[in-house]
Design a protein around this ligand. Structure first.
Ligand code: RB5
Length: 146
């Protein structure tokens, strides 16, 4: 599976550690920045990643900032993106099953790196349930976006 990952400076160290971890799990990972811990604006990295997902250039994306909130707000502005900010593996599992989320947001200053790896692993490997009630709810989001 092709995925992309992006962060601001608050998520930079986690991005750097998640990339080899995800490569080790067999994912093809595109690093969309940032490329140092110098202070930058999360919007400059979250929007391009979300657009790459919306355009189908990658199947899924992971965005990381200090809290995960700024990047998730940006990603959810992009039509077709359903970004889920997760702080535990159950949220990661349920958002895939219920929301078919296509972008995962993580807070590099909120959770530990091992938990972040577990959340990313669960989120990437959990399929959408395809239950009619969840499809109906997602369709209503898509309708609203039009
Ligand atoms: C950067 O200091 C911080 O505001 C950012 O990483 C993020 O937490 C914003 O939501």
């Amino acid at each position: 599976m092709k995925i992309a990952i992006a962060s601001d400076h608050g998520g930079f160290e986690y991005k750097e550690q998640l990339i080899p971890f995800l490569l080790g799990l067999g994912y093809e990972v595109t690093d969309m920045g940032c490329y140092s811990s110098d202070s930058i604006d999360y919007s400059d990295y979250a929007f391009p990643l979300a657009q790459a997902v919306a355009e189908g250039k990658v199947e899924k994306g992971i965005v990381i900032c200090g809290t995960g909130i700024g990047v998730s707000i940006c990603a959810n502005k992009v039509k077709g993106v359903r970004c889920a900010l997760c702080t535990d593996p159950l949220m990661a599992k349920l958002t895939r099953e219920h929301n078919d989320s296509n972008v995962l947001a993580l807070g590099g200053r909120i959770i530990g790196i091992e938990l972040a790896k577990e959340i990313a692993s669960v989120w990437l490997s959990t399929p959408f349930s395809n239950d009619a009630r969840h499809i109906r709810r997602i369709d209503k989001i898509s309708e609203y976006e039009k």
